[in-house]
Design a protein around this ligand. Structure first.
Ligand code: ADP
Ligand code: MG
Length: 326
């Protein structure tokens, strides 16, 4: 029997008011996250991955944005909660890890103070207990000399260490769901591998779910059990990780897979990019939004937008030609 979803996003659409007009950054996004799983959310830069997570967490400026749809978490539609209720959920039951730890950490607070702040708010710990737990958390994310580091400011730490601090903060209140938005993109390859290993290790044996946002399919292969692929603000394909890598149906997903560099492989320099660029959201092409870049586009693709079709084991794809052999 299928477990109940922890998070169920339905028809999520977010638009921004800009000088040039209304930008519809995501349009009718549906997905579910089940307890204990890591869901990969992938797509090129500008496809709407961050806007999706920022909309779910209600971190966008309400004066400039319009969010429609439903975000069910624990029986509540997060979009209906008051700002105070939402603040209690963020950093507590649902936490976040962002790409650039230097901009997400407060430069004028020590790392211990920042972890403690969250513990005092969400777990009601007093100052002393919060500091003790902060040291434990730093130890858990394998920061050497945690008793010393806890009193240091973020600029004293390397990029990799700062990302470990972010992970410690994200985990300190035992969240049920973590949004990790490009958590290792700013780090060099060796540190990236260490951080991913750490995340995987911390994740094992816990019921916490992760939505892992990345443009890097290599990261997804290592971490995720299921993958959602986004293009130009919409989901174009979803599949468990193995079928996605072996039998992708959307030409966009195939394009992304072809552009994954294989480490230590001669073919690395033959790596093919998907020709063309993500469309300007103010001038979206008619029909399927991928058709101008699609090697297989036919007449129908230029005229009508394909709807999402479910098939196989928990798979779905939005492509007119998905059934035919490629
Ligand atoms: N505050 C904003 N105002 C206007 N457009 C925005 C804003 N934030 C994001 N966008 C646009 O929404 C689209 C999706 O952005 P984003 O979710 O950041 O992409 P990704 O995370 O996949 O790289 C992009 O075209 C981006 O320019
Ligand atoms: Mg992003």
């Amino acid at each position: 029997m299928k477990k109940d979803a922890l998070l169920s996003v339905k028809g999520l659409s977010t638009s921004f008011n800009t000088h040039d007009g209304v930008v519809r950054a995501i349009d009718g996004v549906d997905f579910e996250v089940f307890p204990g799983e890591t869901l990969g959310l992938v797509g090129e830069s500008g496809c709407g991955k961050s806007v999706t997570s920022l909309s779910v967490l209600r971190l966008l400026n309400p004066a400039m944005t319009r969010i429609q749809g439903q975000v069910m978490f624990d029986g509540n539609n997060l979009l209906d909660l008051s700002p105070d209720q939402m603040r209690m959920i963020r950093g507590g039951t649902i936490s976040m890890i962002f790409q650039e730890p230097m901009t997400s950490l407060n430069p004028i607070l020590t790392v211990g103070e920042q972890i403690s702040e969250s513990l005092r708010l969400h777990e009601n710990l007093d100052r002393r207990a919060a500091r003790e737990k902060a040291v434990q958390m730093l130890e858990m994310v394998q920061i050497p000399s945690p008793g010393v580091r806890v009193d240091q400011y973020p600029h004293k730490l390397s990029g990799g260490m700062r990302q470990r601090v972010m992970i410690a903060m994200a985990l300190c209140c035992s969240p049920r769901l973590i949004f990790a938005d490009e958590p290792t993109t700013a780090l060099d390859v060796t540190i990236q591998a260490q951080i991913l290993k750490l995340l995987n290790r911390l994740k094992k044996g816990s019921a916490t779910s992760i939505v892992l946002i990345t443009h890097d399919l290599g990261v997804v292969a290592q971490m995720a059990s299921r993958v959602v692929v986004m293009y130009a603000g919409r989901i174009v394909e979803e599949a468990p990780v193995v079928p996605l890598f072996h039998d992708a149906r959307h030409p966009y997903t195939r394009g992304l897979l072809n552009s994954v560099p294989v480490l230590n492989d001669e073919s690395r320099n033959r790596l093919s990019e998907i020709p063309g660029i993500v469309p300007n959201l103010l001038r979206m092409p008619g029909g399927c939004s991928f058709h101008p870049r699609c090697p297989r586009a036919e007449d129908i693709c230029r005229k009508e937008s394909p709807s999402m079709t479910a098939f196989g084991d928990n798979r779905r794809v939005a492509c007119w030609l998905a059934d035919s052999k490629i």
